[in-house]
Design a protein around this ligand. Structure first.
Ligand code: GRG
Length: 295
């Protein structure tokens, strides 16, 4: 029988535990901070998307080959949350239902823990992804991920996210922020999983076409939850976007407009799965979760 998404999540958690240095190993404090943030209760949507994409591209063997990449993406995602919460960025006290890394430890430790998660991510892909017989695929997946993290992806998106506080943004500006700050890593997750699983080029193209609207929808739903959710359910401070006067899909289009746009993205993503014959994959179930989630 095929594993469930909960079983995927347990597999990812066990693998992350294996990849992360022990707290008792030097430098203990950085390792403790890395583990504190990784095991704080994230939803693991990105690694699950990666494994689902790998399965769609290469079945159970594909999934095994993409496991280290799935974990690497979660390391990078957690790194980006630690740095996003720093006083010089979004200055937040609560993340994944716990004090943020710099509150639980200190700012220098949080910066180093984030840096260490990022470098570990690239190390585990380089040493443990795709099988030693397939270095070209590993290189391609590494390139996709590094680009998604760089100035054309998360760093560029984060820079604009900070820049547009209190400044009006056009719908085009906002879409660029969302696509880079959040969408880029989701696209890289799905494409990298498909590549390492050995998927043929037309399947990788279909996976990308699925991931792009899902990445955008993910951040639109995040904007909606920031308005509608409460800190207890979200595990992070609610109402931050309005407090920081940030442009969001809800501030530009209203709650109903944002909901409609997230729904349109989901419809587009579903249509690509239909076209590629992938409707019985886990991708569809995760896409539904992205849209209907409450945290
Ligand atoms: C170089 C990777 C890199 C980053 C540096 C700090 C930074 C630049 C970027 C921050 C980008 C950021 C925080 C985007 C928000 C993405 C988002 C919607 C996060 C919430 O994701 P969930 O809901 O969280 O999946 P959990 O806690 O469940 O994992």
């Amino acid at each position: 029988m095929d594993p469930t998404l909960d079983e995927f999540k347990s597999l990812v958690d066990r693998s992350l535990d294996r990849y992360l240095p022990k707290e008792s190993a030097w430098p203990e404090r950085v390792h403790a901070a890395m583990r504190y943030s990784i095991f704080a209760g994230g939803k693991r949507i990105r690694p699950l998307l990666c494994l689902a994409a790998a399965h769609a591209a290469g079945g159970a063997t594909g999934r095994e080959r993409a496991l280290s990449f799935a974990c690497a993406v979660e390391l990078i995602h957690t790194f980006s949350l630690i740095h996003d919460d720093l006083p010089s960025m979004d200055d937040d006290d609560l993340r994944r239902g716990r004090p943020t890394c710099h509150k639980a430890f200190d700012e220098a430790t949080a910066i180093l823990a984030g840096d260490a998660l990022q470098t570990l991510a690239f190390e585990i892909i380089a040493t443990d992804a795709g099988g030693v017989d397939r270095p070209a695929l590993v290189l391609e997946a590494l390139t996709v991920l590094a680009r998604a993290c760089g100035t054309a992806g998360l760093i560029g998106g984060q820079m604009d996210d900070l820049k547009y506080e209190g400044i009006p943004a056009t719908p085009q500006d906002l879409e660029r922020i969302h696509r880079t700050k959040t969408g880029a890593l989701i696209v890289a997750t799905v494409v990298g999983g498909g590549l390492l699983a050995g998927g043929p080029p037309d399947r990788i193209t279909a996976l990308r076409a699925f991931a792009e609207p899902i990445g955008l929808a993910f951040q639109i739903v995040d904007d909606i939850l920031d308005v509608e959710g409460d800190a207890a359910a979200l595990g992070k401070t609610a109402g931050k976007d309005a407090a920081h006067d940030k442009p969001t899909y809800t501030s530009l289009f209203g709650l109903d407009g944002a909901r409609r746009m997230a729904g349109e993205c989901a419809t587009r993503a579903h249509a690509t799965l239909v076209e590629a014959g992938l409707t019985d994959s886990w991708l569809d179930a995760i896409a539904d979760w992205v849209i209907s989630r409450h945290n």
